[in-house]
Design a protein around this ligand. Structure first.
Ligand code: ADP
Ligand code: ZN
Length: 749
């Protein structure tokens, strides 16, 4: 008898089951087990041993699912790393990683059976063993060609196709043979051929990919990336918008595919990168697989299984969860727009960061890693300063492209001079008028992120900030107080501006809908469209809006960050950022970095194919450092200044933030539990603990939320920190009255 450790898709440790050798189960296989008195689960076999464990009664593994193991040993190491680093169970990783393949649990065994998905198969044909060498085949043909010419022709055709497709075992897809079914049956009856049902293989395409010719600057960037890879280092490609990072990726992808390796290209959101995906598909025809959450579970399951049986040379373009796909021979990982916050999963365990996982995967798979961005994250940038990553820069747009001119439009001055209509300064309106007259296009960006309005002085532009944490304070209407969402500091909402002492504090904020309505009123003849999550509820609606703008059917496109990423619209010459203050006032220590990244992204949409695009940034804080860095396009200056502040306040990249979230319907109980846990944490971590505070979203789905933050200095042992956190959590778990409080952990929050 054998014994297998099995992962179940639960927040539980692994359990041991007995394993009948006759089932032919291997490590990495999906299996069905009974767990609890009446439930059946799909599990993954993690390890097999012949040493009998101590438990008296072990349940057996009931059956094996799928004809192929779902996990390779390397994938197991990745899951283990994620579970340990992000403080969850391997079972929670499994729940995330195998959508529809292994998720279901059921009350009867046959229920699980029905849901199993096999990869698509098709019939393959090969000549019988005796005929596979050229000599024996010609001998046979010479002997039989007069008596049975059709039969010999057919055998020749099979042999020829096998050579053409370089099929090492001689098997070729039935559908590619123009032979009738009757003839195939006749060959089979005479045992001249063998046939097998096999999983569909990717189309064999040539590896002569049609790559674009690179400019001199692109070529030296490519060389520099190669150098990094020969040193086994991660390359950070920092290239301004329109510099042609994609073209460099294409060369790297082509090389890897030609060498029979798999390539994983991560993108922040598949829909908004549709232009990129189309471009890749044209070049890597037949090799490209896309993977994202809008695919049906069945499709995702099939994609997973197809990759699990692939022999290599696959290009997977997908969102963060693509890191869980079973590429066996991974040679290259590209993380495009590596700074994008979509790479971090924060709502559900595992709360992983796909970019950071990609770097770990580079080591596990011995694969090359490229991180690309026009505005790298400060984490990655810092890694280049320390020499851990290799820094590659592209400072110019490709071809004749020039970077747009950036104009800062002072909203407060505009108001004073009567040069503002509703939310638009005359600076911007003049530009829009000029652009429309020239039959060119306008994009207007309004950020609607943020759960509650912030407060700002209408006279001087001041917004109150936390004296301890340097983030904007959030207004809490019920208590009429403003609170810091990091440390819990509060103050009464001021009626008079603490800065200029004029009674002119106002709740701020307007959304895209209002902006679109107002701009339509100002330009009744212009065709205005809006692109945000309200107008693009389906992929079709989204594509329609994008297509209309691309085709020039729309003059003005108003949108949220959705319009900022990856688009390459030819006719845009004016881009307006309607309220940069919004971006500067997000209560997050990353606000400045994010604001810079967003504005640079938005600006990057202008003048990509025109002589000179213009970007008008409306702000009441024209002297704000971030605004001045955007105006000069100086990433390095922004990074230097921002890193200084992070250092002062001990924020990442100089620390790791671990957020512990508590949830409960009973507010008082939650408050007590949070204080209790925070006290236990302080005993271990002292001043590194912040909070508890009510979460940014205080109430969600009927539950109150509170959180505790722990700052672990960079360089300190995360392993030890995790151990101490677990100990404190176990101790607080002993407290009977807090048993119903739900806890979750977000590492690198
Ligand atoms: P990025 O991703 O760096 O913003 P892209 O890769 O989208 O830039 O390139 C910007 C534009 O320049 C695209 O329209 C692209 O087709 C074009 N381009 C860049 N490099 C080349 C090249 N080597 N050959 C042809 N076109 C290029
Ligand atoms: Zn604070």
């Amino acid at each position: 008898m054998l014994y297998a450790q099995v992962v179940l898709p639960l927040a539980q440790p692994m359990y041991t089951f007995s394993l009948n050798e006759g089932l032919g189960v291997q490590v990495g296989d999906a299996v069905v087990v009974q767990f609890g008195s009446s439930r059946f689960y799909t599990g993954i076999v993690w390890s097999i041993t012949d040493e009998k464990p101590d438990y008296p009664r072990l349940k057996p593994i009931l059956k094996r699912l799928y004809s192929t193991p779902l996990l390779t040993p390397t994938m197991q190491r990745l899951w283990e790393w994620i579970a340990e680093y992000y403080m969850c169970t391997v079972g929670e990783v499994m729940r995330m990683a195998l959508p529809s393949l292994a998720k279901p649990s059921a009350t009867s065994l046959s229920d699980l059976d029905e849901r199993s998905i096999e990869p698509p198969t098709e019939r393959y044909i090969a000549l019988a063993e005796e005929l596979r060498s050229e000599d024996t085949l010609s001998e046979y043909v010479a002997k039989n060609s007069r008596r049975a010419p059709r039969r010999c022709e057919n055998l020749d055709a099979i042999a020829a196709l096998a050579i053409e497709r370089n099929a090492k075992d001689g098997f070729v897809p039935r559908r590619l043979l123009s032979i009738d079914n009757d003839d195939i049956s006749a060959l089979r009856k005479k045992e001249l051929i063998r046939s097998e049902e096999r999983v569909v293989q990717r189309v064999e395409s040539s590896s002569d990919f049609l790559c674009p010719t690179l400019s001199e600057a692109q070529n030296s960037a490519l060389e520099s990336i190669r150098e990094a890879h020969s040193d086994k280092r991660v390359a950070l490609l920092h290239g301004v918008t329109g510099s042609g990072k994609t073209e460099i990726y294409i060369h790297l992808i082509a090389e890897a595919l030609a060498a029979g390796k798999d390539v994983l290209m991560l993108v922040p959101e598949i829909v908004i990168t549709s232009q990129l995906v189309e471009r890749l598909e044209r070049i890597f025809e037949g090799r490209t697989t896309t993977y994202h959450s809008r695919l049906t579970p069945l499709r995702r399951g099939q994609t997973f299984l197809r990759l699990a049986t692939s022999s290599g040379g696959e290009l997977v373009v997908g969102v963060r969860s693509s890191i869980f796909l079973p590429t066996k021979n991974l040679g290259l990982i590209i993380v495009d727009e590596e700074h994008d916050s979509n790479y971090k999963q924060s709502d559900l365990a595992p709360r992983y960061h796909a970019r950071d996982c990609a770097v770990v995967m580079g080591q596990l798979y011995d694969a090359k890693v490229v991180l690309g961005s026009a505005t790298p994250s400060l984490e990655s940038y810092t890694n280049t300063l320390s020499g851990k990553y290799h820094y590659v820069e592209l400072t110019e747009r490709w071809g004749d492209g020039v970077l747009p001119e950036i104009v800062i439009s002072d909203t407060i001055r505009a108001v004073k001079r009567g040069e503002r209509k509703t939310h638009f300064n005359h600076d911007l309106l003049n530009d829009i008028s000029r652009t429309l007259a020239a039959k060119e296009q306008v994009m207007l960006f309004q950020n609607r992120r943020g759960y509650s309005p912030y407060i700002q002085c209408r006279t001087c532009g001041y917004s109150p900030r936390c004296p301890h944490c340097n983030v904007t304070l959030t207004e809490h209407k019920a208590s009429s107080r403003m609170e810091c969402h990091y440390c819990g500091y509060t103050m009464p909402t001021p009626k008079v501006c603490p800065n200029c002492e004029i009674q002119d504090m106002a709740l701020m904020g307007f959304g895209t809908e209002k902006a679109a309505e107002e701009i339509s009123r100002l330009y009744p003849d212009a065709r205005v469209e809006r692109l945000d999550s309200d107008t693009s509820t389906s992929e079709r609606a989204f594509k329609q809006i994008v297509h209309d703008f691309e085709a020039g059917n729309t003059d003005i496109l108003v949108g949220t960050q959705i319009i900022t990423k990856g688009f390459d619209f030819k006719g845009v010459s004016t881009v307006g950022i309607l309220n940069a203050d919004n971006l500067l006032s997000i209560p997050d220590f990353r606000a400045s970095e994010r604001a810079f990244q967003l504005m640079m992204q938005v600006a990057g949409r202008a003048g990509r194919h025109n002589d000179r695009g213009r970007v008008i940034i409306q702000t009441s804080q024209p002297k704000h450092p971030v605004i001045t860095y955007v105006a000069s396009g100086d990433y390095h200056a922004m990074a230097r200044k921002e890193l200084e502040e992070r250092h002062t306040f001990g924020y990442p990249p100089y620390s790791h933030l671990i957020r512990i979230m508590l949830r409960h319907a009973d507010y008082e109980l939650l408050r007590h539990a949070a204080h209790h846990l925070a006290t236990l944490m302080r005993k271990k971590f002292g001043g590194r603990v912040m909070g508890p505070v009510s979460s940014a979203l205080e109430m969600l789905r009927g539950e109150h939320r509170a959180e505790i933050m722990i700052k672990i200095e960079a360089g300190a042992s995360m392993k030890r920190a995790r151990k101490m956190i677990n100990e404190a959590m176990t101790e607080s778990g002993k407290e009977e009255r807090y048993k119903t409080v739900k806890l979750s952990i977000d590492v690198d929050a």
